[in-house]
Design a protein around this ligand. Structure first.
Ligand code: 4AD
Length: 434
């Protein structure tokens, strides 16, 4: 074949030219002398017209019987077609069957139950909706990296095995590490970013984190990806501005670069377009008052549940920042508010439309004696945190940071009810296969 291999996204530049298409036939229909093959190639979806008169009777009959997900190499001419989402279709001249399944493809156009789809996640990834979600995820991650690199941050890859519990002892994965003894899978890379910001000023990471969450919810994964940032000399206000800027940057970037994918997912784009400028802010104490006034049975000091969060964020079309939670509802490392030491200088950012918390953030305790007291209060052994305490011994400075959950962000941007479709191979309470 002398023509050149072109991806579906670029076909419109080859009108009336002969090209080669390599991909999979995800569906077909035929009527008498013509077969319409629906082809995908990783970059889009296009219809290929296979005619008996061109391919010859025997081969045409073979094509008519092809099973879905056969892989093909097609040589043909690109023709304008205004009904096609890519504006073209292909008139096939030659088709090479690379591999034809012996059995029917298990995933069809009919509705399948979620357990079946999860069991077949390795094949489900090929479906149109999953294709679009994974492209949006990719763009979100790309935007995150761009944001930090454009703002002079340095990437710090933080470890997965750790001897110091980063969040809370309640949901760690523990294991024996050679002669060292007990270690944990990272719940966060934060403590290590705190060390690195004293070397490089503004730092970030992006990687998998692990939490043995025993509750089965739409928003929790056991293995999830987090982007964290940490900045030396940043205080609470600087931290909030940074999160606000990052989220605006992500939304702008997806609207500019993967709008077609969002439309294919039937996302209400106007809801994303409303996300810009400064986000609304309330304190935890105000949030509790709002909920109490609405008849919720909640007391100061209680955690905000998913239902509370949805109620609170429903008033706004932008993400909502809730700040200054009670000290005991939050992790040990958060800086008490000098105005009221019962609360800490932290914030959670809730996505609009009820998609829940996407960011957890705080200014960190930077005085050694305050940190020692908090470790003791939380029953954490100071021996496990010697290196972390060292950071408070040598040129300690106020510093702040946050973590953005990638899957929660993807769920919000794509408008997905459940987090399980936002990651290629989800690990949930009952699933580690495939
Ligand atoms: O609020 P979290 O627990 O914050 C931390 O881990 C801090 N150490 C981050 C930091 O300050 N460097 O988690 C941050 C975000 C949450 O807002 C949420 O988006 C996501 O991580 N997240 C989860 N996503 C999916 N499944 C889970 N089980 C999650 N737990 C947290």
């Amino acid at each position: 074949m002398s023509s050149s291999w072109v991806y579906i996204k670029d076909l419109k530049d080859y009108l009336d030219k002969k090209i080669i298409l390599k991909g999979w036939m995800w569906n077909k229909r035929s009527s008498g002398k013509i077969a319409f093959l629906q082809i995908r190639d990783g970059y889009g979806f296009v219809q290929v017209i296979a005619e008996k008169s061109v391919l010859g009777e025997d081969f045409f009959n073979e094509i008519k019987k092809l099973k879905n997900e056969s892989s093909l190499i097609i040589e043909g001419t690109v023709k304008k077609d205004d009904r096609s989402p890519v504006g073209v279709e292909i008139l096939a001249e030659k088709i090479e069957i690379i591999h034809e399944p012996n059995e029917d493809y298990p995933i069809s156009n009919k509705e399948h139950g979620i357990d079946f789809l999860m069991e077949n996640r390795h094949l489900w990834l090929r479906s149109r909706k999953q294709f679009h979600i994974l492209r949006v995820r990719n763009q979100i991650i790309k935007a995150i990296r761009e944001f930090y690199l454009e703002n002079d941050f340095t990437l710090i890859d933080t470890p997965i095995f750790t001897g110091s519990i980063g969040e809370s002892a309640g949901n760690t994965f523990e294991m024996e590490y050679f002669d060292y003894g007990k270690v944990y899978l990272a719940q966060t890379g934060q403590l290590y970013l705190e060390a690195a910001c004293q070397s490089l000023g503004k730092v970030f990471n992006l990687g998998p984190t692990f939490r043995a969450e025993k509750s089965k919810t739409r928003r929790h994964l056991i293995e999830f990806w987090m982007n964290e940032a940490e900045v030396a000399f940043y205080e609470h206000e600087d931290n909030i501005k940074l999160q606000n800027d990052l989220v605006n940057y992500i939304v702008k970037s997806v609207l500019e670069n993967v709008r077609d994918d969002l439309e294919a997912l039937e996302r209400d784009i106007s809801k994303l377009e409303a996300v810009n400028g400064e986000f609304p802010r309330i304190t935890y104490t105000e949030a509790v008052e709002v909920l109490q006034n609405q008849g919720y049975n909640i007391n100061w000091g209680d955690d905000l549940g998913a239902e509370h969060e949805t109620k609170l964020s429903s008033k706004y079309d932008k993400p909502l920042i809730i700040e200054k939670y009670p000290k005991h509802a939050k992790a040990f490392y958060m800086q008490p508010d000098p105005q009221n030491p019962e609360v800490v200088l932290c914030d959670d950012m809730l996505a609009p439309e009820g998609y829940g918390e996407i960011i957890g953030a705080s200014e960190r305790i930077w005085k050694e004696e305050v940190l020692l007291k908090r470790l003791e209060e939380e029953n954490l052994s100071k021996d496990d945190y010697q290196w972390y305490l060292d950071l408070r011994k040598f040129g300690s400075v106020p510093h702040s940071g946050f973590g953005l959950g990638i899957e929660r962000t993807v769920a919000w941007i794509c408008g997905l009810e459940h987090i399980r479709e936002t990651i290629p191979f989800p690990r949930t309470l009952y699933r580690v296969y495939p």
